[in-house]
Design a protein around this ligand. Structure first.
Ligand code: GLU
Length: 460
C-alpha cells in the first residue's frame, strides 16, 4: 500500500456475547487515529462462528458504540464501497480466495479426521517436540474421503512488520505449522477471513488488542500469498486486565460488560476519557480530556506495552468530575432515565445536593427512592420521640423550601440539648429508612410537606 493512501482503519468485533469493554477501547483508538488523519473508520462484523453469533449481540455492539459516540463511516447498517460488512455475507469471497490459493499450490485440502489429528498431536507430545501438522494430506492424501478442510502451506522464513506501539516485530514462521483457513463446514477461520477483508477493504492500519499480536504473522503470510499489498502498519494495544490483574472475564468481572457502565450511570464522555488513559499516557499531569483534546494529544508512542489494569477508583473520580461539570439542566436530562418515578421539577430541586455526592448517576436512585417508596416506621425510645415532636413543631409553619427548613431545624437542635447528629439521625431514618441521605433539609424539602410531616408523626 502506498504511504499516501488515505487512512482506513477498522474494528471487527464478534457478536458472540455482550459488548465487551475491550471493544470500546479498541474502537476508541481506531477512531482517534482516524480523526487525527482524516481517515475512515470501518465497522466489520466478524460473525463466522455460526454457533455462537446472535443478532441481539450485534445490536448491542451498535448500541454501545453509539452510546459512546464512537460512530463508524462504513458498516453493515450503513453500507459503503466494500459492502457487505458482515463476514457471514462474504463467504463466497473467502471460498474464491481459498480456491485461488489451492490452484496456485499455496494451500491444500486436508482430509484428516479430528481423531487422526489428535493422535499426531499426542505423538508429538510423547516425543517432546512442538506440534506442527505433518503435511500428510499434502504429500500423501488418504483416498475416498469427501469431507475436508483447507490448509495454508506455510512458506516459513521470517515475518517482520512495523508495530506503531512496539516498533519492528519479527517472527520465525518456521515454528508455524500449516494451519486451517477454511473449516470443513465451508466457513473461513478468523485467521483467513480477517486478512482477506482487511486487504479487500483497503485497511491501511490494523489497530487491535495485544491478544492478536501472535496472529499477525499468520495473517501477513496469507496477505503475501494472495498477492495483496500489506497494511502500512499494525498497532497492538494493551490488554485490559481486571482490577486484580487477571484476564478480564465476562463471567467474573462486571467491568468486562460495556453496557453496564451505561446502566450504572457512567457518562459516555467520562468512560472515553478513562479508557484513553487506561492504555495511553499523555506524558503530562492532565487527566481530564475532552474528545477533541484526545484527538490532538493521542499518539501510539505513548501507549504502554504491558497489560492495563482496570481501576474503578480512578474511573469513579473521573466520572464524578464530569458529573460536577454538567449544567443543572444537562444533569437533570441525564438523570431522567434513572428516576422515571419523579417529576422533572423534583429532579431539578434534587440536583444541588446530589451533584457533589454522586460519582455515578445510579446513585441518585439510592438517595431519592424514599420519594416513591414508603420506608418502614422505626420504633423510637421516648426521649427520641420528644425530639421528633420538637422537629414537627418547628417545621409545621415553615415555608417548604430548603433554607427555611434548615434554619427552623437548627433552632430546634439548639433548644434540644443534643447535637445535630443525634437530632437528625432518627429524622433521617423516619423519612428515608436509611443511614445515609442528602442533608436533612433537602431530604425534607424534596418530599411534599404533608407527606414529610405524616412520616414524622407516624414515628412520633
Ligand atoms: N473478531 C476479532 C476480535 O474481536 C477481531 C480481531 C481483529 O481485530 O483482527 O477479537
Amino acid at each position: 500500500m502506498a504511504v499516501s493512501d488515505p487512512v482506513r482503519v477498522r474494528i471487527a468485533p464478534s457478536p458472540t456475547g455482550f459488548a465487551h469493554l475491550g471493544t470500546a477501547s479498541t474502537a476508541l483508538y481506531n477512531v482517534l487515529f482516524a480523526r487525527q488523519t482524516g481517515g475512515t473508520f470501518v465497522l466489520r462484523i466478524d460473525d463466522t462462528d455460526m454457533e455462537r453469533n446472535r443478532p441481539e449481540y450485534e445490536a448491542l455492539i451498535y448500541e454501545s458504540l453509539r452510546w459512546l459516540s464512537l460512530g463508524w463511516d462504513e458498516g453493515p447498517d450503513k453500507g459503503g464501497p466494500h459492502a457487505p460488512y458482515r463476514q457471514s455475507e462474504r463467504v463466497d469471497v473467502y471460498k474464491e480466495e481459498a480456491a485461488r490459493l489451492i490452484q496456485q499450490g499455496k494451500a491444500y485440502r486436508c482430509y484428516c479426521t479430528p481423531e487422526e489429528l489428535e493422535a499426531e498431536r499426542r505423538q508429538a507430545q510423547a516425543e517432546k517436540r512442538a506440534y506442527r501438522y505433518s503435511r500428510r494430506c499434502l504429500t500423501n492424501p488418504p483416498e475416498g474421503r469427501s469431507v475436508f478442510a483447507v490448509r495454508f502451506k506455510v512458506p516459513g522464513g521470517e515475518v517482520t512488520f512495523a508495530d506503531m506501539v512496539r516498533g519492528e516485530m519479527r517472527f520465525d514462521a518456521g515454528l508455524i505449522g500449516d494451519f486451517i483457513i477454511v473449516k470443513s463446514d465451508g466457513y473461513p477461520t478468523y485467521q483467513f477471513a480477517s486478512p482477506v477483508d482487511d486487504a479487500r477493504m483497503e485497511i491501511t492500519h490494523v489497530i487491535r488488542g495485544e491478544e492478536h499480536l501472535s496472529n499477525t504473522p499468520y495473517q501477513l503470510m496469507l496477505v503475501d500469498a494472495l498477492g495483496y499489498p500489506r497494511p502500512h502498519a499494525y498497532a497492538h494495544m494493551p490488554l485490559i486486565l481486571a482490577h486484580d490483574g487477571s484476564k478480564l472475564s465476562k463471567r467474573k468481572h462486571p467491568e468486562a460488560n460495556l453496557i453496564l457502565f451505561r446502566d450504572q450511570g457512567y457518562l459516555p464522555e467520562a468512560l472515553i476519557n478513562y479508557l484513553a488513559l487506561l492504555g495511553w499516557n499523555p506524558g503530562t499531569e492532565q487527566e481530564i480530556f475532552s474528545f477533541d483534546e484526545l484527538v490532538r494529544a493521542f499518539s501510539f508512542e505513548r501507549v504502554q506495552h504491558g497489560g492495563a489494569r482496570f481501576d474503578w477508583e480512578k474511573l469513579n473520580w473521573i466520572n464524578g468530575e464530569y458529573i460536577r461539570g454538567l449544567s443543572d439542566e444537562e444533569l437533570a436530562r441525564r438523570l431522567k432515565s434513572f428516576l422515571p418515578q419523579l417529576d422533572e421539577d423534583v429532579v431539578r430541586r434534587a440536583i444541588p445536593p446530589l451533584r457533589t455526592r454522586m460519582y455515578k448517576l445510579a446513585q441518585a436512585v439510592d438517595y431519592l427512592d424514599y420519594l416513591w417508596t414508603d420506608p418502614p416506621t422505626p420504633s423510637l425510645d421516648a426521649e427520641t420521640v420528644e425530639r421528633v415532636k420538637a422537629a414537627i413543631d418547628a417545621l409545621k409553619d415553615v415555608p417548604w423550601e430548603a433554607e427555611a427548613i434548615e434554619s427552623a431545624l437548627e433552632n430546634a437542635v439548639a433548644s434540644s440539648g443534643v447535637g445535630k447528629g443525634k437530632f437528625y439521625t432518627p429524622l433521617r431514618d423516619t423519612l428515608t429508612g436509611k443511614k445515609v441521605s442528602l442533608p436533612i433539609h433537602y431530604t425534607l424539602e424534596l418530599l411534599p410537606k404533608d407527606e414529610a410531616l405524616k412520616r414524622l408523626e407516624r414515628a412520633a
